[in-house]
Design a protein around this ligand. Structure first.
Ligand code: SAM
Length: 268
C-alpha cells in the first residue's frame, strides 16, 4: 500500500485552519452538482465542517465521511451532531483502498487530501470505482509553489521551501493543484472539468488568524517535528520562521493568496 504521513497532523493550530472551511469557501465548484437525495462520500473529512455543509445540501441523502486518522473522527462526529445532522456516518478508511462496493455513491469528494497521499492516482481510481455512472468525483487541492504574498519577507520564502521539502519527504506532493487534471486523466477519467479558485487573506481579522495559525503550526504541529527530526531545520530555525509569520501578520499591507486547483470528474 502506498504510504504517506499526513504532514500537518491534527494539532489545534491545524484544526483552527480546517474549521474555518465551509462548502461555500472550499467547495463552491461542486455545489451546482448537489441536490437533496444524493449520496455522498467525503474522503479525508478531517474535523468535518465541509462534510456537515455538504450533508445539509444533499439531505435526506446519506453521507459517509472517512479519514485515515481515527483520532479526528470524534470531532467530526461532534460537528455533525451539533448541527442536528442524522444522515452522516463516519468511519476510518484509507483513500487508497476503500472498503465500499463499486457504484456506491453519487458524489465522491476530497478537499485538501490528494496532496498528502503516496499515490493520488490510485485514490482517484478508487473514487471512480465507488462512484455511480453519471455521478461526480470532486477534488480540490492547494498548490504551495503558487502561494503568493506581500510584503516580500525572506522568512516566508524560507518557510515555503521548508514546507515543500518536508511534505515531499513525507511522501506527498505540495504542488498538487496544478497536477489534479493529470492525475484524474491517469486514473481513467475522460470527462474532467478543471478549474481554480483562491483563498485571499487581507483583512485585519484574516491576517491575524492566518499568521497566528501558521506561526503555531511552524513550531507546534507534526510538521515541526518532522522538520526537526528529518534534519531539515533546527528548533531555532522554526522559531525564526514563526517570527516571520508574526511579522507578516502585523503588517497593515499584508496580503496572502492560496491558489487551489479543482477537478470535477464525471464517472461513466
Ligand atoms: C488537510 S486535511 C483536510 C480535511 C478536510 N477535508 C478539510 O478540508 O477540512 C487532510 C485529511 O486527510 C486525511 N488523510 C490523510 N491521508 C489519508 C488517507 N490515505 N486516506 C484517508 N484520509 C487521509 C488526514 O488525516 C486529514 O484529516
Amino acid at each position: 500500500m502506498p504510504e504517506a504521513v499526513y504532514t500537518h497532523g491534527h494539532h489545534e493550530s491545524v484544526l483552527r485552519s480546517h474549521r474555518w472551511r465551509t462548502a461555500e469557501n472550499s467547495a463552491a465548484y461542486l455545489l451546482p452538482e448537489l441536490r437533496p437525495g444524493l449520496s455522498l462520500l467525503d474522503l479525508g473529512c478531517g474535523p468535518g465542517t465541509i462534510t456537515a455543509d455538504l450533508a445539509g445540501r444533499v439531505a435526506p441523502g446519506p453521507v459517509t465521511a472517512v479519514d485515515h486518522a481515527p483520532d479526528i473522527l470524534p470531532a467530526a462526529r461532534a460537528e455533525a451532531a451539533a448541527r442536528g445532522l442524522t444522515t452522516v456516518r463516519f468511519a476510518t478508511a484509507d483513500a487508497h483502498a476503500l472498503d465500499f462496493p463499486d457504484d456506491s455513491f453519487d458524489v465522491v469528494h476530497a478537499h485538501q487530501v490528494l496532496q498528502h497521499l503516496g499515490d493520488p492516482v490510485r485514490a482517484l481510481r478508487e473514487a471512480r470505482r465507488v462512484c455511480r455512472p453519471g455521478g461526480v468525483v470532486a477534488a480540490r487541492d492547494a498548490d504551495y509553489a503558487a502561494m503568493t504574498w506581500y510584503p516580500l519577507l525572506p522568512g516566508l520564502d524560507e518557510w515555503l521551501a521548508l514546507y515543500r521539502r518536508v511534505a515531499r519527504e513525507n511522501g506527498g506532493e505540495p504542488d498538487a493543484g496544478r497536477r489534479l487534471l493529470s492525475w484524474a486523466r491517469a486514473a481513467g477519467f475522460t470527462d474532467v472539468t478543471a478549474t481554480a479558485s483562491v483563498w485571499c487573506f487581507a483583512t485585519p481579522e484574516d491576517r491575524a488568524w492566518w499568521s497566528a495559525l501558521w506561526a503555531d503550526r511552524t513550531t507546534e504541529s507534526s510538521y515541526a517535528r518532522v522538520a526537526v527530526d528529518g534534519g531539515h531545520a533546527t528548533r531555532a530555525d522554526l522559531e525564526r520562521l514563526a517570527d516571520a509569520w508574526r511579522a507578516w501578520g502585523a503588517h497593515d499591507d499584508a496580503w496572502f493568496t492560496v491558489l487551489n486547483g479543482e477537478i470535477l470528474c464525471r464517472a461513466v
